[in-house]
Write a protein that binds this ligand. Structure first.
Ligand SMILES: [Zn+2]
Length: 211
């Protein structure tokens, strides 16, 4: 018997849906970004390149996710794309690491449209944040945030960044109370979970770019 095409298509679609319900997590080999969900601790033992928050395993770095089903381990291997290095004038995306009063360290994971291994360290100094006077980096960005910036100079293998443009600044900010990604609402960043208001130097397209 020949099954009409539309029924085949329906069966195929149903299988796809069932699969996606069964496997909501990342599959092996996929490129993952910092903060991307990999699984839960009931399923996997978190290994290198990961961190756990509220029983959920996330990627700490940009890399390939490795799901070791046999040993029930999940790890992330750094992505190596040696062809791409930030240069003066490059637009980069990065995750804020340590943020001090007058500067913030940024782990660069994207140069232009290319994802890189995250080995390049950027520095954003308070004087390069904005045209207006900023008193503390605390109102610019916080650890964990994803920012877009431009490379202004390279000194001692540190990439000095600027966010002095409406297109530059924080793209995703995490609530400092509960770590939820905050939403922008009338120029204000508000946590959808706990209602906390956060202050950042946001890019004009906050929350839009798909990482
Ligand atoms: Zn919150």
């Amino acid at each position: 018997m020949i099954i009409p095409l539309d029924i085949k298509a329906i069966i195929c679609l149903r299988e796809k849906i069932t699969m996606s319900l069964k496997q909501p997590e990342q599959k092996s080999g996929h490129i993952v970004l910092p903060g991307e969900r990999l699984g839960v601790i009931e399923e996997f033992i978190p290994d290198s390149g990961t961190y756990v928050k509220d029983s959920i395993i996330y990627s700490k770095i940009v890399g390939h996710a490795l799901m070791d089903i046999l040993n029930k381990r999940v790890s992330v291997y750094p992505l190596v794309n040696s062809d791409v290095t930030p240069k003066v004038g490059s637009i980069v995306l990065g995750q804020v690491g340590n943020a001090q009063t007058d500067n913030a360290l940024v782990r660069i994971f994207k140069v232009g449209t290319k994802k890189i291994s995250g080995v390049f360290g950027g520095v954003l100094h308070i004087s390069d944040v904005s045209d207006r006077y900023i008193t503390s980096m605390n109102e610019v960005c916080k650890s964990g945030d994803i920012i877009r910036a431009k490379v202004i100079s390279v000194k001692n293998q540190a990439y000095h960044l600027t966010t002095q443009d409406k297109n530059f600044g924080v793209l995703y900010a995490f609530c400092s109370r509960c770590s939820t990604i905050t939403n922008i609402d009338h120029y204000e960043l508000r946590c959808p979970k706990c209602g906390n208001i956060e202050k950042r130097k946001t890019a004009i397209d906050y929350g839009v770019e798909i990482l």
